[in-house]
Unconditional design. Structure first.
Length: 143
């Protein structure tokens, strides 16, 4: 267990990395580790989904976290817009997790622990192209 007091008193002689190694582009089995709704400064709504990769053949990949951002369409009253053609990103996520059945009650928290196949891609930082971010391109039912 991490002890904050011990950490503050420990002396280190090794240097820390300044760049994180990106996850190789590809498809991975993963589970939803966290879901967090958010609102941008201009009032746009989104859902941040954190996926935990499950690749037991590669220790350097297994357990790594990758974020997915799903932009949400809202009604004028601020509710999730369930009209045809709206919230398709959320629909694809729910479908991949087996949670998109009509008439069956659903809440975003039900995504926690859900399994899917995620496609990881890369995005360069706008300020420093040498910094590479992992991102989820798409999700599909588990293989």
């Amino acid at each position: 267990m991490f002890d904050t007091n011990t950490f503050l008193q420990t002396t280190f002689t090794e240097e820390n990395s300044t760049r994180r190694e990106p996850i190789p582009v590809g498809e991975y089995q993963a589970s939803v580790e966290n879901v967090k709704p958010d609102v941008t400064q201009n009032g746009a709504a989104l859902l941040r989904v954190t996926w935990k990769l499950q690749d037991f053949t590669h220790d350097e990949i297994n357990g790594r976290l990758v974020d997915q951002t799903i932009w949400l369409d809202l009604t004028p009253g601020g509710a999730l817009d369930m009209a045809k053609g709206k919230n398709t990103g959320l629909g694809r996520l729910r479908e991949a997790c087996g949670q998109n059945q009509p008439g069956k009650p659903w809440q975003p928290g039900m995504l926690l622990g859900a399994q899917a196949t995620v496609s990881v891609t890369h995005r360069a930082d706008k300020e420093d192209p040498a910094i590479i971010y992992d991102q989820i391109k798409s999700v599909a039912r588990p293989a």
